[in-house]
Design a protein around this ligand. Sequence first.
Ligand SMILES: [Zn+2]
Length: 196
Amino acid sequence: MNYLQEVAQLRVELSSAYMEIELTQATMELAEQQPTDYENLFQRELYKVFEKSKRHLIPKETYNKTIEGLKTAAQESSSKSRHGYYVLGKYEVLQCGDVEKLIKKRRMPDERPMYYVSIEETFDVIKRAHIATGHGGRDRMVKHLTEKYANITKDALKLFKSYCEVCQKKNKRPVVTGVVVCPIISNEFNSRGQVD
Ligand SMILES: [Zn+2]
């Protein structure tokens, strides 16, 4: 490569670096302006997963219906339906003040409750765990959440993390091209990057 080609190449690299910075700033501004945007996006993605597999995720409507179904099944003393037996074997309703929560059926009365979370509540639950673990990675969040919740999936955690601006910034490492021209690259790279 001759000198002029090299300069042209560097110009392209520099302008794409600046473009990326502008894009990141725009995304951050957007997140500040519309804090619920990610939540809606997240919810929509979970519903897409739910369309394919209904094993773990529970829409709010199903969650409420399951609680009603459980209460009905518990009242049918002699003639329980097949569905009644199924829900009673799988779930329990826990009264928390005014709120009824769906939990995993406990085998022992002193067992710690494992809460089911509806798709609509998942974002908040993960957000709390993510903040509580100091922007914890997937494994730390899994550890934190599996002690209390029955149906938070690893995919949901991964998705959540991909939306977190703080985590995304942390993960982004400057691309080392061998020649350092860009003043925004911090000092720690100068020692390695500088060419005589
Ligand atoms: Zn984070």
